[in-house]
Design a protein around this ligand. Structure first.
Ligand code: ADP
Length: 473
């Protein structure tokens, strides 16, 4: 099913959606392509003529209605996320609540789009800045948060007065269909939101080449982000890019060790490590490294692996075969370079299905020449590196290309402050493994992307500033 100009469509081109825990087919969906994407852009362009001129209050009311409808379906939405993505049901439910909170936040923000009156340098001129919606937005979202990545883009876009053509990941189209059902039921005017599901490159090309699409917002890999940005250059679109990361997690000897271990469990093994701000490198100060790795392995061994729908599951499957192969190759490479596997390290044979499971893994003696030291893992492997002092770890933690999230555990306030300034990342968690809240700007630097999502910062991305000078003659 895809959704254009307020109507649902089916096509002959079908695609199966599979549960990554069991590989069972959950559903079969209709795909669309270039022509339908063109139609969707046309519909969004037409709708922008009126939606872009509505008041913030009107747009707010629609968004609140979507919030109401989604709140009625929390359980259903969570089930769908777990089925198509694999994450444990309680985590899926948290994602649904997060997804709703973006809609709720931007329903409020829609009413608070201010302009400026500038101090005039001429006694006969009035100087003003007004802020207007960018226009039609193309949005491309990933499979790791199949619902919240959608509302994190659509909610601020709609609040600002933009219209949207969304392309979700082919692995997880069902969450997208469900949220669009809510938009439809909320009677969001036709053409304001459009959903196209189909071959990524074909749809992507149409979105990037169209002069009518004025903004592209993307969450996904750095390689695809770069390509989309290049392709958007010819029409000089505004872009927001939430790309890959390689988060360091630094534990100083003055840290609360148990808290630091607990933090890695959350940052590395939640969502099976498939979060762009997941820890990738754990740096532990020499004197406590063995004890830390031991404690971490002990805790990791308690994690229950399985189908996300089963009660008590902590770690679900990876999304696909390719991810599983990457885990195997990163562990193999690390062992070749003398890493010691203190826990896990293997594909997990799940007795109730053929899904893509990998054991939560802890590696000790990780070194900078290993693949895992530079290449994004996106899976449940925690390599423990050791360091001597602050200067050394800052230099090693700052990645050549990635700059999304970094974590630091210390009880020394001064050190915490220094790390906050020295770490070259867009998001810093100090003694906090989950530095993500709706009101804060989420986004990276370097090749982790540009632009922010969340809070007042996220709204800016969908607005243009227009300077107006009025001469009083
Ligand atoms: P991952 O490797 O984690 O799946 P991707 O960057 O490939 O990350 O995918 C993120 C999103 O980008 C998905 O919606 C995917 O379909 C889409 N995508 C992948 N390749 C392209 C492309 N060439 N053009 C447009 N979108 C793409």
């Amino acid at each position: 099913m895809y959704y254009i100009n307020g109507e649902w469509y089916e096509s002959d081109q079908k695609e199966q959606v599979k549960n990554p825990a069991t590989l069972e087919v959950i559903d079969t969906i209709s795909l669309c392509g270039k022509e339908e994407t063109k139609q969707a852009i046309e519909a969004a362009k037409e709708a922008f003529q009126t939606w872009g001129k509505t008041t913030g209050n009107e747009r707010s009311a629609y968004l609140f209605e979507v919030v109401r409808l989604m709140k009625e379906r929390i359980e259903e939405l969570a089930q769908i996320i777990t089925l198509e993505n694999g994450k444990p049901l309680p985590d899926a439910k948290r994602e649904v609540l997060g997804a709703i909170s973006y809609l709720d936040w931007y329903a409020e923000e829609a009413k608070r789009i201010y302009g400026d009156v500038l101090p005039s340098s001429h006694k006969d001129k009035q100087l003003m800045v007004i802020r207007q919606p960018v226009g039609v937005c193309g949005a491309i979202t990933p499979w790791n948060f199949p619902l919240s990545m959608i509302t994190r883009k659509i909610a601020p876009a709609l609040a600002a007065g933009c219209t949207v053509v969304l392309k979700p990941a082919l692995e997880t189209p069902l969450s997208a269909i469900k949220v669009f059902e809510c938009f439809h039921e909320a009677k969001v005017p036709k053409g304001v939101v459009n959903l196209v599901i189909g071959p990524a490159e074909e749809i992507g090309k149409e979105l990037t080449s169209s002069p009518d699409v004025r903004k592209l917002t993307f969450t996904g890999s750095t390689a695809i982000g770069k390509k989309l940005m290049r392709d958007s250059a010819d029409t000089m679109k505004k872009v927001s890019m939430e790309l890959g990361g390689h988060a360091p997690y630094i534990v100083f000897e003055d840290a609360d060790l148990d808290l630091a271990v607990e933090g890695v469990l959350l940052s590395k093994f939640k969502n099976s490590g498939q979060t762009c701000i997941s820890t990738n490198r754990v740096y532990v100060q020499e004197s406590i490294a063995d004890e830390f790795a031991q404690k971490l392995a002990e805790q990791a061994s308690k994690l229950k692996i399985g189908d996300g729908l089963e009660k008590g599951t902590d770690v679900g499957p990876l999304i696909n075969e390719k991810s599983l192969e990457k885990m195997k190759s990163q562990v193999e490479d690390a062992v070749k370079h003398d890493a010691k596997v203190v826990h896990g390290g293997n594909v997990y044979k799940y007795e109730k299905g053929n899904g893509y499971f990998f054991e939560p893994t802890v590696l000790l003696h990780a070194t900078d020449d290993m693949q895992i030291a530079t290449e994004e893992t996106f899976g449940p492997i925690a390599p423990v590196f050791t360091f001597k002092d602050e200067d050394e770890v800052v230099e090693r933690a700052n990645h050549k290309t990635y700059g999304l999230a970094a974590y630091c555990y210390t009880k020394n306030l001064g050190r915490g402050m220094r790390m906050m300034k020295e770490l070259e990342f867009g998001i810093i968690g100090i003694n906090d493994p989950a530095p993500i809240v709706i009101q804060a700007p989420f986004g990276g630097i370097k090749e982790s992307g540009m632009g922010k999502e969340g809070g007042k910062y996220g709204l800016e991305e969908y607005l243009e500033e227009k300077f107006v000078s009025i001469y009083e003659n």
